[in-house]
Structures are given as structure tokens and as C-alpha cells.
Design a protein around this ligand. Sequence first.
Ligand SMILES: [Zn+2]
Length: 497
Amino acid sequence: MDTWLLHRMRELRDLQGVIGLATWDQETYLPAKAGPARASQLSTLRGLYHERLVDPRLGDALAQAATQTDLSEDARAMVRVLTRERDRQVRVPGALVKALAEAQGRSLHAWREARTQKRFSLFQPHLACVLELRREQADAYGHDGERYDALLEGYEPGMRVARLTPVLTALREQLIPMVATLASAQRALPALFDGRRYPQDAQWAFTMRLLKDVGFDLEAGRQDLSIHPFTGGTHALDVRLTTHVDESNPLPALFSTIHEAGHGLYEQGFSPEHHATPLAAAPSMGLHESQSRLWENLVGRSRPFWEHYYPHLRAAFPEALADVDVDTFHGVINHVAPSFIRIDADEVTYNLHIALRYELELLLIRDALPLDELPAAWNERMRHYLGITPPDDTRGVLQDIHWAWGEFGYFPTYTLGNLYAASLHRAARRALPDLEGHVSRGELLPLRDWLRTHVHAHGFRTPAEERVRDITGQGLTDADFLAYLRDKYGALSGVAL
Ligand SMILES: [Zn+2]
């Protein structure tokens, strides 16, 4: 490939890396007074990135490369991925980008105020404005009559409403009765977090041990603390994870670390020859999330995992866990109960929270639901899907930041992550017949290596669903996820699901 084009690809990656560093720092160590300066620095860097990306010379070089017949398969994929990203950016007029950024800022502010006052009506006019601009943006990107597709494409390239809706609807119809059965069948569990103390140092040490065992390379990354855990960084050899420690409850730190490590292993697993190219990225948010959910839920909440780790956890917190055995602990971390807040939901009810959001945001983008009816539509679905009614809008329609930020099309990637995770885990069990034995001995590297070979190393070469199909023999399906839930929660609750 043309050296100018390769050089430009490297420049774009470098800019992304520095933006990643400044963003990570903003969420971890930035002194309080430096906020406005950092916002300005990031805005300048993003402007430079945009300028470099929409540069007509890059458009010409990509168009020229696309006609070359002697390019390797990887080089063709690089050209395809960067062309797609550039085309999307070029199609949106600068005035619309600016209007969206300003509307997002106002909307975020109004959303915070509306949450404090528990009143959706304060947020409603700002949501209307962001929605209208996102519809305009969808039209600018282009679509076949379904605007939501153009937005979904930004998070889950290749996925379409026509493909997604039947899968999510069928999943919803299976989950509603499963949740109702489990809610009445589970045994009562002791409160592990009432007045018990889990010192920060011991939590930190335990999470660092987990990172080492799972094969996260601490010489090519690090872990720090933040309010909301995330994975960021500058490069595949500089991956920054964060976790959150609560001294009254060790679960947020444990499961945040395992979750973010799943994301981090993906980032560290890109092929070295792709590092300075557009291929050092996941092909979709859903596939990225499949890695975090696979480690967090299918491994980290499994019985074999805690057979190995529970004695170590108990040794780390000898007082708090003195009267708690592994069965009880395993029951507590897999307790299923309808709840109002998505981010606190268990893995069975979680996808009903997503179904609700997906259905509503699809109606909103289609302009088929008047905004003043949104809180009631939310509450009605909560009643129907989970059997509970939010006591106020803060625990209902106002709980997530996504819509305030204009992120329509993002929510379904969480469920795609869960479904892909279950299908990939099933394939891993077939390929590694002693996987459960490995996990029960704390040997996590065979699974990491299998994921690295089959998922991580491919980067952005093939679309997410195609990658999954190549591995499992089938594309998007709810069958593996439902089979996993029926097995696990049937055994835990003692009832057939
Ligand atoms: Zn995640």
C-alpha cells in the first residue's frame, strides 16, 4: 500500500491514542481546577483528528487504493474500514455537528437537573432537540427508510433493525416468564453487606491478582480507580482499566475488574502488524461487550470459578466472610430479582431493561411516540416485563445518561454482547473440553488464548456477526444464551425453566 496512506493511518491512530490518554486522565487523576482546560485540549485534538480524516487527499488516496488489485486481504480491509469511517464523517455538515455538540451540552445539564428534581418535564424539550438533530444526522448518513439503522451503524456496523427486532422480541418473550418463575422460586439469602467491612487494600490486591491470572499484561496496561469503571488507553500496548472500590461491598470491584479485563484483553490481543492501522479495533460495540460479559458472567459468576477463588476471597476478608460458605456466596452473586436500575440488574433481568429501551428509542427515532407520553410508556413496559413500577422518573426514564447524550442505537449492543458471549463460550467449551476443570483450578489462560486466536487477533477485519458465525457456525441467536440461563438458574433454583 501507498506509504503516504500508511503514514496517514498511523497519524490518525496516534491522535486517537493521545485523545485516549487525555480522556483516561480526565476520569482518574485530573486536578479539579483543570476541567475547563482539559475540555478545551480535547476539543482541539478532536478537531485535528476530524480535519485529518475528512482531508480530501485522504479521500483520493483511499479511492485510489480501493481500485488496486494487488493489495493483501488485510490492506483491503484497512482501506474499507477507514473509507467507511471517513464517509460517515464527510456526510454530516459542519453546522449539524456543531448544533449537536451544543444541544448535547444543554441536554446533559437539563438531564442532571431533572434527575435532582425527579421531573422528566424539565428534560423533555432538550431531549426533543437532541432527537430532532439525531434524525437529521441519520438522514445525512443515509439509510433505506429506517433512520435508526443509520445510527445503529455507528455502534454495530452491519446490524439492522429488521435483523435485530425479531431476535430481541423472541428473547423478551422467553425471559418474562423465566424472571417470574425465578422470583418466586429462589431461597432466601443472608445479607453479606450489612455492616460488614471489606478493606480497600485487600480488595485492590484481590483485583490485581485476578488481572494477572486472567492474563492481562500489566506491562502493557494498568489498573486505576474511577467512579464509573471503564477501559481506555492509548494503544494495544497501553491499555488502561479502572475499577471502583466500595468498602461495604466487594462485588463492584470484583466484577468491574473482571468485566473491564475482558475489554482490556480484547485491546491487548490485536495483532502487532495491525497496531498502527484501523484494524486494531473491535468490529462492533456488541462484540467488544461480548468479551467483558463472557469473563464477568459466564466465567466470573460460575461455580467452578469460585471453587478456586472463594477460599482466597475468604482469606482476604476473614472477618466479613467468616460465616459465609461458597454456596451462599455463589447464590448471592447470582440472585435474580426485578429491579428498577439497569446497571444493578442481574444477568436474567438485564436484557428486559434493554428490550424496553430499544423498543422506546426505536419509536422515538421514528417519531412515533409523543415525548410527553415517554415516562408512562416506560413505566407500562416495566410493569409488563418485570412486574414493578418505578416510584419516580429518576428510577425510571431518567436513569441513564445515554439519551441525554443523544446516544440512540447504543443500548442494543449490550444485549448483543450477552448473546454473542453465550455463543462464543459454548464454542470455547467444545474446543476446550476441560474448560470447567481449568477454571476450577484458576487456570484462565487457555480460555484467554482461545479468545485471542479466534476473536481478538482478527481486529476489525470482518463484521461482528460474520466473525461469530465463522467461530460458532451460526450468527446472532438467543438459543445459546437461553440454554445457558436455563441450565444455570434451573440448577440454582431447583425448578425447571
Ligand atoms: Zn462493558
